[in-house]
Design a protein around this ligand. Sequence first.
Ligand SMILES: [Zn+2]
Length: 212
Amino acid sequence: MTQFTERDESLMTSKRKSTDQIELGKGDALLISDIQNDFLSGGRLAVPEGEQIIPVLNRYIGQFSHRQLPVFAIRDWHPANHCSFIQQGGPWPEHCVADSKGAEFSADLHLPVSALVISKGTDVEQDGYSGFTNRTFKEQLDNAGVRRLFIGGLATDYCVLNTVRDALSHHYKVVLLTDAIRAINVRRQDGENAINEMIQHGAIPVTLAMIK
Ligand SMILES: [Zn+2]
């Protein structure tokens, strides 16, 4: 009935591996992408069900804070004439303009005071989907001795995907928090395709219950 391809098989292998528990320790960091008002219900570019992951992310934050492991909060921080906006010929409605209410982190997200904020998309001409487009981000990770990144947030098919791609290409270990991501799904399968791509390229999918 279903065609069983090599691609499916490697995906299933990754999923099987993910049933193991993961112990947090030195070198681990939590990366939370774009939990900003404009990406949530009532915002200018709301990601479907985006707010549903906030309580889950808060539990991850608790796990990392408890162990004094670093938490990075990545945010879209665009100039008013950013190239990704429809008015400038880009694909998106205006969103997350620097210092606007829409660009603020959700008040429901319990970021620790020690959270390190990484702004991206700050250049007019750069889409800035990945946290690594912030030129100091990698340096901050390296200074903190980070080797393994636990990544969640919005949106699966854009900023999470591109941040994971870059993290893997910089040879970080990547753990994808599959219960703390949501997709925009411009095309219906975008989110699922993104998850498959990330896992195939080496991201390890986990859920909260697997963290110890
Ligand atoms: Zn943006």
